[in-house]
Design a protein around this ligand. Structure first.
Ligand code: NAP
Length: 354
């Protein structure tokens, strides 16, 4: 399977490393033999139709900060042509999330679909702005769009939710979708430090951006909620449908008072038919499964017949999110090859159905 990789930062490099390190297991256990034929970063493209030496590309990125050789910079507008023209089956899109325009990810995905390539992505921007349009474009061109890393990083929140809804009906979803906010709130209650000091700690630990407003003002949680609601409840929601309140106004006094009551404040994103979509600081019992500590995510799926189910795990990180990209890739490979694989298994078993 030939892959094009757009974005070679924390996640893109982790994904390339994972492909390289697990090469044998992927071939033996899943029949996945992959070749990366194009890699793009700010500097332009590295292209080799016979397969890029990933070890060399990672070393070059580390030493020079770029994948392309000097002087070979291709303009961003050329990127769509490169994506269209390269002989490949899948685009792995891991460029930065732009919450306002979805670019450059949106145009990359469009170019991939138009040239009949599947897309695997963890980029929230295009999905939150054009969820249904992107799916329609993929369907029209007979290819797949997969994005399990866009919510929960390496924790398969969306896949788990889909499984919960099979044979039952999902009536509501609520949870912690932003690890940075959870880290800040946990530090406030455990170390008794004020909001600003806890935020500084989150920056030093590498959880928060230099401008952390997208996290602490609830926007990142809201975008993930929109993707989750559209994917699992067919909500047709946009970011303007979410009532958003972040954690900026929470005082140490509030947090300590709740602690005394054996409760805690958490930034909870929730969606149901009755209440609509919201992100807001919420007081929960300390014994509740959603009351997790540190930079983790936790999501509760309320099912009509079988009740609530909770998934908990790390919500971000390069190697973690790379596993979601790989999971999506394996799903695509499974779908493409399933009739052949089933036939091969059938023939190998001497004609007995497995
Ligand atoms: N990091 C996580 O834990 C995590 C978890 C879940 C989802 N995500 C999502 O995954 C995506 C990638 O995240 P990341 O942490 O890997 O970001 P990152 O480290 O900033 O990497 C982004 C990569 O995209 C390249 N790039 C930026 N603008 C570009 C453009 N216009 N054209 C071509 N390439 C461009 C950058 O090039 P240079 O290297 O030359 O700067 C870099 O290689 C984001 O959408 C993020 O929201 C990340």
């Amino acid at each position: 399977m030939r892959l094009v990789l757009a974005g070679f930062g924390v996640v893109g490099q982790s994904f390339a490393r994972l492909l390289m390190e697990e090469e044998k297991e992927l071939a033996v256990n899943y029949g996945l033999v992959s070749q990366v034929v194009g890699i793009m970063d700010h500097s332009g493209w590295l292209v080799d139709e016979h397969g890029i030496d990933i070890k060399k590309a990672l070393r070059s990125k580390k030493e020079t900060g770029r994948v392309s050789s000097k002087g070979s910079k291709s303009a961003p507008s050329r990127s769509m042509d490169v994506i269209r023209d390269l002989e490949a089956e899948v685009l792995v899109e891991a460029t930065p999330t732009n919450f306002k325009t979805g670019e450059p990810g949106f145009s990359h995905m469009k170019a991939a679909f138009e040239s009949r390539k599947h897309v695997v992505t963890c980029n929230k921007g295009p999905l939150s702005l054009a969820y249904y349009a992107l799916h329609e474009l993929a369907r029209h061109n007979g290819v797949q769009l997969r994005f399990s890393g866009a919510v929960g990083g390496g924790t398969p929140v969306l896949d788990f939710g889909k499984t919960c809804s099979l044979g039952d009906e999902l009536v509501g979803i609520r949870g912690i979708l932003n690890g940075t906010c959870n880290y800040i709130l946990t530090r406030m209650e455990e170390e008794e430090v004020a909001f600003d000091e806890a935020l500084d700690g989150a920056k030093k630990a590498g959880y928060a951006e230099a401008d952390p407003s997208l996290d602490i003002d609830g926007y990142d949680s809201a975008v993930k909620l929109v993707i989750t609601a559209n994917h699992l409840l067919l909500s047709k929601a946009g970011i303007n449908d979410v009532k958003i309140q972040g954690i900026r106004g929470i005082s140490l006094k509030d947090v300590m008072q709740r602690k005394k009551e054996r409760k805690a404040v958490r930034l909870i994103a929730s969606v149901s038919k009755e209440t609509g979509l919201s992100v807001k600081p919420t007081v929960i019992e300390r014994s509740h499964p959603l009351c997790i500590r540190g930079a983790n995510n936790a999501v509760e799926f309320e099912c009509k017949y079988s009740g609530p189910k909770v998934i908990i795990g790390k919500g971000a990180g390069g190697p973690e999110t790379a596993t979601s990209l790989l999971r999506d890739l394996l799903e695509i490979r499974g779908k493409i090859n399933s009739p052949t694989a089933a036939l091969e298994a059938y023939e190998l078993s001497g004609g007995r159905a497995a």
